[in-house]
Ligand binder design. Structure first.
Ligand code: NAD
Length: 706
């Protein structure tokens, strides 16, 4: 049973017990429903308490059941909530820890809510492209006022119950207790239950007004302003707009009509491609933390002190992550000026957060106290993890890893932040290759959530488990890759960008390519992206590629821009022009002329290319390479690739990542287009042969999820 029942005096206690978050899956719903009936039928029982076992009340619906028959099998969550609300005896929700989504809806269906100080609540459904579908949009406004409820339901954020308790006239929290343990909290809630056992009629949130302290005209303005804001920030997502509509209904319709509206919208949103994509990503983010051949009980090497070698752009950004988690970190560099710059930059980052009210002065002090800078390589000796972030040259990595091997303590994890070099080779510079792992952070490393964890042929399981735990601690989304040139993200990006250059060679302007893919939903097109990152980075990589991969066809159009010194925003000129100090990209007539001259020289007559061809060539290049990575075992799951692209490369979340997108469009349509691209003499014709995995999926009628 995922909910247990006990009787204490005149109170029946239903304890939700479905680890890890007391999800309200079918078995839990059945158990609550049947315990509730027993309690109602037992004449000795005068009040009923619903409480969560372990650390929380309930994390809400069981998302694994979404889209399965169990989700709609009786008793539905609505039925359970109705049973609570219509119980002739008072039902009291005892909320400690967290009550989210369906968990909060269940609590709001009870007659009273007793909360433990420190507890939090949230309505996060919007993040899955839906809205609360078990009365949440209709009861929350009636509990805390439409204005605050709107904020919570549209943003999906977590709110402190202590703060909500302060809202004038709120009816969400009847008592805020400060009991010292869960057990004491249950005891204190039972006392409250006894005290309300005789109260009639029983209070129900559905009978309240949602107006709160606001006037009608203020509320109308509020709804309008939300809609206007969302039209800029959420144009690809229908759910936030529907959340506004649903909350607005609490002022226009009666409760039953409002519930009917909520249900219809909930069912419709569940079917939208945006919600399917967001739910896919939610599940993908959970599964990417699991490594098939590394059991969950693998012992962890504690990481209590860190050393970073290389105080450049990456070393500095990476360091901030560890300081934020208050892990003592030493940055080592051979250059004192680099160390001084790193310290100043870290302090500057914190100071600007203080100026924005996002950090307290005391937090800055605590974090800076964890930082040490040093010119002495010997200072890595106490580190549990040593991370190398020096120049991207194998000879420099060799020198540094040999020193790390000689000086780091036994059992220390030796990590590299290389973006392109062979980590098997780097590991071979040490006598402990099992301790070596790639930790590929993305720039700016203190902001980008993605972390590619690169396992070599010899990386030990406990090293992998330890860095995954560390990633969680510093709030990164870690995805495991095996060694290859570019790992997962950059290897796919190379094919995407190669297509962007071919498209320009054949007739597009850089702006046209950017606009088309930004219209698809990418945060930034490839040309604006490279202007931001610096065109010199890609230039250096291409020069190496021309030598390493002579069989691969490249357009040289990008070299032309670099040869003119147009390195991007940092030189106020790249694929676009930039006014000094400004980030706004302005179409450059000079670049268009350079491209036109380039075509003339190569004998190419520019042709008109539509947005659909632009998007398909860029996207199918990503998907084809992604399929190849799966075939080679570099990526373990298609969904891992989606997580990488959405969290690290600006792929639109509402499309669910490249591999999910491929599943949606279907392999037949995709391979037919690819066949067309393979006829194009200006493209890399060989590349467009569908990867073997795509051919297999096409033949079997399966998709990447299978
Ligand atoms: P950077 O040039 O900004 O910094 C490198 C630092 O290493 C310099 O401060 C230099 O003084 C120091 N250094 C060089 N040799 C050293 C030695 N032998 N001992 C001690 N210190 C030494 O470089 P970066 O951009 O921070 O890149 C560092 C690593 O991170 C590279 O491997 C790069 O490929 C990788 N990376 C970079 C990015 C990016 O966007 N910049 C993204 C991901 C990964």
């Amino acid at each position: 049973m995922t909910a247990s029942y006990e009787v204490r005096g005149r109170v029946g206690i239903i304890s939700l017990n479905n680890p890890p978050v007391n999800g309200l899956g079918l078995s839990t719903r059945e158990a609550i429903y049947s315990h509730l009936r027993s309690a109602v039928e037992n004449e000795e029982i005068k009040a009923i308490v619903i409480v969560g076992a372990e650390k929380s009340f309930s994390g809400g619906a069981d998302i694994k059941e979404f889209g399965t028959p169990k989700a709609i099998q009786s008793p539905h969550l609505m039925t359970v909530i109705d049973a609570c609300e219509s119980s002739p005896k008072p039902v009291i929700a005892a909320v400690h820890g967290l009550a989210m989504g369906g968990g909060l809806e269940l609590a709001m269906g009870c007659h009273y809510r007793v909360m433990l100080s420190g507890a939090s609540i949230a309505m996060p459904e919007v993040k899955l492209g839906i809205l609360p579908g078990a009365g949440g949009t209709q009861r929350l406004p009636r509990a805390i006022g439409a204005a605050k409820a709107l904020e919570m339901i549209v943003a999906g954020g977590v709110e402190s119950c202590d703060d909500l308790f302060q809202i004038d006239g709120q009816t969400l929290i009847d008592r805020l207790l400060t009991s010292t343990s869960r057990e004491a909290f249950v005891h204190d809630t039972c006392e409250f239950a006894e005290s309300v056992a005789q109260v009639r009629p029983l209070p129900m949130l559905k009978n309240n007004s949602a107006r709160g302290a606001q006037s009608d005209s203020d509320l109308n303005l509020l709804f309008d302003s939300y809609r206007e804001k969302l039209s800029k920030t959420s144009k690809h997502f229908p759910a936030p707009f529907k959340c506004v509509d649903a909350v607005e209904k609490t002022l226009i319709l009666n409760f039953d009509e409002g519930i009917k509206f909520e249900r219809e919208v909930f069912v419709a949103l569940m079917q939208t491609p945006e919600s399917k994509a967001l739910r896919h990503l939610f599940a993908a983010q959970r599964s990417c933390t699991k490594i098939n051949d590394v059991p969950p009980n693998t012992p962890i090497r504690p990481v209590q002190a860190i050393a970073i070698v290389g105080a450049g752009t990456m070393g500095t950004g990476i360091c901030i992550n560890f300081l934020n988690a208050l892990i003592p970190t030493t940055i080592i560099d051979s250059n004192q000026a680099a160390l001084d710059r790193a310290r100043a930059s870290i302090k500057g980052t914190y100071e600007s957060q203080i100026a924005k009210g996002k950090l307290k002065e005391s937090e800055l002090t605590n974090r800076m106290q964890c930082l040490k800078t040093s010119l002495d390589f010997g200072d890595i000796e106490n580190a549990d993890l040593v991370l190398e972030a020096v120049f991207e040259e194998m000879s420099v990595k060799e020198e540094v890893f040999k020193k790390m091997d000689a000086l780091a303590k036994r059992g220390a994890i030796l990590a590299t932040n290389t973006s392109t070099l062979d980590i098997n080779t780097i590991a071979s510079f040490t006598k402990r290759p099992q301790d070596v792992v790639g930790l590929h952070f993305f720039s700016p490393a203190n902001i980008m959530r993605l972390l590619e964890v690169v396992r070599t042929d010899k990386t030990a399981n406990d090293v992998l488990a330890s860095v995954m735990a560390l990633a969680k601690k510093i709030q990164k989304t870690a995805v495991v890759a095996r060694v290859c040139d570019g790992f997962i993200g950059n290897r796919m990006l190379e094919q995407y960008v190669r297509q962007a250059y071919f498209l320009v060679e054949e007739g597009c302007t850089p702006h046209q390519v950017d606009q088309a893919i930004e219209g698809f939903g990418f945060a930034m097109g490839p040309f604006r992206m490279y202007d931001l990152a610096g065109n010199d980075i890609g230039w250096a990589i291409r020069k190496r590629r021309y030598k390493d991969k002579p069989h691969m066809k490249y357009s040289k159009v990008a070299d032309l821009i670099c040869e003119q010194g147009r390195m991007g925003q940092k030189s106020n000129a790249g694929w676009y022009d930039y006014a000094p100090g400004q980030r706004g990209a302005v179409v450059s007539p000079l670049v268009e002329r350079l491209i036109a001259d380039f075509r003339k020289e190569k004998g190419i007559t520019a042709r008109s290319i539509d947005d659909s061809e632009i998007c398909n060539r860029l996207l199918y290049a990503l998907i084809n390479e992604g399929a190849q990575l799966l075939e080679e075992g570099i990526a373990a799951r298609a969904s891992d690739i989606d997580v990488i692209y959405v969290t690290g490369y600006g792929f639109p979340a509402h499309k669910g990542g490249p591999m999910h997108y491929a599943n949606q469009i279907g392999f037949k349509a995709m391979t037919q287009s690819m066949k067309g691209f393979s006829q194009n003499p200006f493209d890399d014709q060989a590349f467009w042969t569908p990867a073997p995995m795509i051919q297999k999926l096409l033949a079997s009628g399966k998709n990447f999820d299978d």
